[in-house]
Design a protein. Structure first.
Length: 457
């Protein structure tokens, strides 16, 4: 897992931190349990050795022939099994060197040789000693000196020893089982942590989806129930949205009022210039027209900005179908066939329905005036934009004239009805939304007008 991935994902950082904590905790718990179990087994072995030492102490007797006699005792069966790992031995302390006068069958032909520091004085208690013998065995032993009551009885040292493999084997089995259990526990805790994180972060996912819906124009505010920790953020965001919408609507209203105030003197100037004639009047009329177009453009931009701020969305296919029904009635006398392309997609325009009707309606009306018999409208998603295509089977538009048709008041065919304003209005409004209108050659033989607009969703 790369550092950049961890830094960029809250989920991964939380999950990685949780997993590290789980692993460290389980490793520490496993080490502690193993140490405790090893100590328990060691104490248990020492207790068994001390019990055998007590049995051995009670079974010793000094015979009249000057020899040690061992009475039957409740001894461990391993003491009779050669090299079983459990041994006992009796030494005479007065001899130099020490001599083993009796030992368990499990020692076979070997002898226990504890360190020289082992006890040599009479003592009813015992001493625990650990050492490694000449055969390489690690031994744990309990030793006791014993003075029998007979007058001629020597001082004896009793040794009961156990191989440390008696500790290592159960500790090894316990460690393997513990490791398996800890691995299974770690997997279970990791799965539980992942599920818990998924559930804990799900409200953030819903919040992200709500924000995306607002941005795409599918919702005007964040809706739904959120945890108490996120609810203040949601409320503040909705408050900011409402405040933003109010400011945009206020600015839009002010722009409309300003435009209305400008239109009246412009109309007076244009009418006066049209009546008077002359070079000055012509200049005034031209400049008044330019000002009017700029005002209309700024109004369209104002509407587009308001739409982006408020997140409106208009279904494009349904709007196209409604306009096609209108165009069939409008051009009923010419019996034109207005169709929606069979492969038209369900897509939404990020803007007001009135603006979409205005732009697409002007393109359809222009195509209807040029078509001989047929007009086809297609709706597509392309490169993150909404693409509306209007094809007709008319004479088409020469490449040299394709930019000129968007000039205000220009009509390539003067016999056609109209003032030559529709395409200019459509292009101005499309550009205010960050889109464009272009003219291509249609597969029907005529012109194809393509309208590129922002896509909602």
């Amino acid at each position: 897992m790369s550092r950049s991935a961890l830094a960029g994902s809250l989920r991964l950082r939380l999950l990685a931190g949780t997993l590290v904590w789980i692993l460290c905790s389980l490793a520490l718990a496993g080490w502690g349990l193993r140490v405790l179990f090893q100590d328990h087994v060691s104490r248990q072995l020492q207790a068994q050795l001390l019990m055998q030492l007590d049995y051995l102490s009670g079974a010793i007797d000094w015979g009249p022939d000057g020899r040690v006699a061992i009475a039957p005792m409740a001894a461990d069966a391993r003491l009779a099994q050669p090299l079983s790992g459990l041994y006992w031995q009796i030494d005479r302390l007065g001899d130099r060197p020490l001599a083993a006068i009796a030992r368990s069958r499990s020692l076979w032909d070997q002898a226990l040789e504890p360190p020289a520091a082992a006890i040599r004085t009479a003592d009813a208690t015992y001493q625990a000693v650990a050492w490694r013998d000449a055969q390489g065995r690690d031994l744990l032993a309990v030793l006791r000196t014993l003075q029998l009551p007979e007058d001629d009885a020597p001082l004896l040292r009793l040794i009961v020893a156990g191989d440390k493999t008696l500790i290592a084997e159960p500790v090894g089995r316990f460690t393997r089982l513990l490791l398996i259990a800890l691995v299974m526990l770690a997997l279970g805790l990791a799965a539980a942590a992942a599920i818990q994180l998924q559930l804990a972060l799900r409200p953030l996912q819903r919040l992200r989806q709500g924000l995306a819906a607002v941005r795409a124009g599918q919702a005007a505010r964040l809706e739904g129930e959120f945890p108490r920790e996120l609810q203040p953020l949601v409320e503040e965001f909705n408050h900011v949205l409402a405040q933003n919408v109010g400011m945009v609507e206020q600015a839009r209203a002010q722009t409309g009022n300003l435009a209305h105030a400008i239109y009246t003197p412009l109309s007076i100037l244009a009418n006066a210039a049209a009546r008077d004639g002359g070079p000055l009047a012509t200049l005034v009329e031209e400049q008044a027209g330019r000002i009017r177009r700029q005002v209309e453009y700024q109004l369209a931009r104002s509407r587009a900005t308001a739409v982006r701020a408020t997140g409106l969305s208009t279904p494009a296919r349904e709007s196209a179908e409604a306009l096609l029904r209108t165009m069939r009635r409008l051009h009923e006398a010419r019996r034109l066939d207005f169709q929606l392309a069979p492969e038209a997609e369900d897509a939404a325009f990020r803007g007001e329905a009135e603006d979409l009707y205005e732009m697409l309606g002007n393109l359809l009306d222009n195509a209807g005036k040029s078509a001989r018999s047929r007009v086809v409208v297609d709706v597509r998603r392309q490169d993150g934009q909404l693409l509306l295509s209007v094809d007709d089977d008319g004479p088409g538009i020469p490449p040299a004239e394709r930019e000129r048709i968007f000039e205000r008041g220009v009509q390539l065919d003067e016999r056609r009805p109209g003032a030559g304003l529709g395409l200019d209005i459509a292009r101005t409004m499309a550009e205010s939304y960050g889109g464009r209108v272009q003219v291509l050659t249609s597969t029907l033989g005529g012109a194809r007008l393509q309208l590129h607009l922002p896509l909602a969703g």
